[in-house]
Ligand binder design. Structure first.
Ligand code: ATP
Ligand code: MG
Length: 435
């Protein structure tokens, strides 16, 4: 709909505006888009010429210009849920037209069938409707052209190439969760720590590095989720505020949505997969990246050690002496690759039954003994918990579904410790921010 006489038309400068790609690999910074101070004439991008009404038009009422500017400013607060950047900065706002008290927003989605389309449209509508003086909002949805999408990819990458991220210079704290024996509760710990850290306002990614025995999508209730591809970018699905990637998201499925192909790869293929997770998946800037490792000291643990030698490691064990002994070997491998063992988390520890008796099927003391042998702290002893197990089965992590359950309390304490602990680089604190 072309603007009529007396109709204000404002545009957001999008991906084609001056972007961070010009700055030689520095982290993406908001630029070129309208910010809260940005009125319709302040964007400076190539669309700026359309920021003012056509010369032939009668000057629109000042009120319409004010509304247009206010709508753009509010749209600057709408984030793409997958890329986590303002839609104005991503070139997703094609324009804003104001006609009296009616507003029309042109919204450009990144891809056809964008899974977040409804959520973005809802938020855009709400943002425009929230401007005083606006009584009706029309959101015209279209899809970006390939050129617009390429510009978005360049902008989001900020000039970075495909090199693995999260290297020693990264401000992201990398924490790998490992164990000796299988089935001791590693994935449960990793998933609950991730959502607990996200709930504390941190930007969190979780890599399910258990390529053969992936279980993170199930624990986080995202079994059918797939990454979204935008050009070369692979955007990880988000669950409970955590960006998650798992091999389970790439396998062929039956109609019921369950993966059908077993994974049986040799070392080099495994290495490549982990490498791709770290380089091709666009996590954006993260405060914490957690990795859920397979049990033991196999190929994946060695690859993670090579790819992320500066990572911190949490060792998970049950109270059983045998489990603790095997866990010690996992810690040793981590240390050989240069990783730092942060501490031990004991799971499936004794619980007090409703009648007051102690229930300790796996014994007691294994976690403390392992911590002592490794010379690291015992960070938590997570008791056996039905709520924890049920939460894992239902895709609803216990730290969110039953935060007062003793197992949730123990895991939350570890999240608190991780959230406040500073990254190992001198003078570079972990940027903790609240949303
Ligand atoms: N403290 C606990 N209380 C009750 N059940 C638990 C506890 N910790 C873990 N579980 C349950 O034990 C099972 C195994 O846990 P999980 O999958 O987290 O272990 P894992 O170490 O990741 O296993 P794998 O080695 O196969 O990757 C799950 O069903 C989980 O719900
Ligand atoms: Mg597991």
């Amino acid at each position: 709909m072309p603007p009529r006489a007396g109709e204000a038309r404002v545009s957001a400068s999008g991906a084609s505006g001056p972007g961070p790609e010009a700055s030689g690999g520095s982290p993406p910074e908001p630029s070129g888009g309208p910010d809260s101070s940005g009125g319709p004439d302040s964007s400076g991008g190539p669309d700026a010429s359309s920021a003012a009404p056509d010369a032939s038009d009668a000057r629109p009422p000042a009120d319409e210009e004010r509304i247009g500017g206010a709508v753009l400013a509010r749209l600057g607060g709408v984030l793409d849920p997958e890329i986590r950047r303002p839609v104005t900065e991503l070139g997703m706002i094609g324009g804003v037209e104001v006609d009296g008290d009616r507003v029309r927003v042109a919204l450009k989605l990144t891809i056809v069938g964008c899974p977040a389309a409804d959520a973005i449209e809802r938020e855009v509508r709400a943002a425009a409707a929230g401007v005083p003086g606006v009584t009706a909002v029309d959101v015209a949805v279209s899809v970006m052209s390939p050129a617009e999408r390429d510009a978005l990819v360049r902008r989001v990458r900020g000039g970075r190439d495909r090199a693995p991220r999260f290297g020693p210079d990264s401000l992201t704290k990398v924490v790998a969760v490992t164990s000796g024996k299988g089935g001791v509760g590693k994935s449960t710990v990793a998933a609950n720590l991730a959502v607990a850290l996200a709930a504390r306002g941190l930007r969190v990614g979780l890599v399910d590095a258990d390529v053969f025995g992936f279980s993170i999508p199930g624990i986080l209730g995202m079994s059918g989720a797939r990454p979204t591809r935008v050009g070369e970018l692979m955007l990880p699905p988000v669950a409970h505020g955590v960006k998650v990637i798992s091999i389970g998201m790439f396998l062929e499925r039956t109609g019921a949505g369950e993966p059908v192909r077993a994974v049986s790869w040799r070392g080099p293929m495994l290495h490549r997969t982990i490498e791709q997770f770290l380089s091709d998946v666009h996590f954006g800037d993260l405060d914490v990246l957690l990795l859920d490792l397979p049990p033991g000291t196999g190929d994946v643990a060695i690859s993670v050690g090579q790819l992320l030698p500066h990572a911190d490691v949490l060792v998970v064990t049950t109270p059983q002496a045998a489990a603790a002994e095997v866990a010690e070997r996992s810690a040793a491998v981590a240390r050989q690759t240069g990783q730092t063992v942060l501490g031990v988390i004991e799971t499936m520890a004794g619980a007090t039954l409703p009648d007051g008796t102690r229930f300790e099927p796996f014994g007691a003391g294994g976690g403390a003994a392992l911590a002592a042998r490794l010379g690291v702290p015992l960070l938590a002893s997570v008791p056996l918990s039905t709520a924890l197990r049920e939460g894992g089965d239902a895709g609803s992590p216990v730290v969110l579904s039953h935060p007062t359950d003793p197992a949730a309390v123990a895991l939350a304490a570890v999240a608190d410790a991780l959230a406040t602990r500073q990254r190992g680089l001198p003078g570079r604190p972990l940027p903790v921010r609240t949303r």
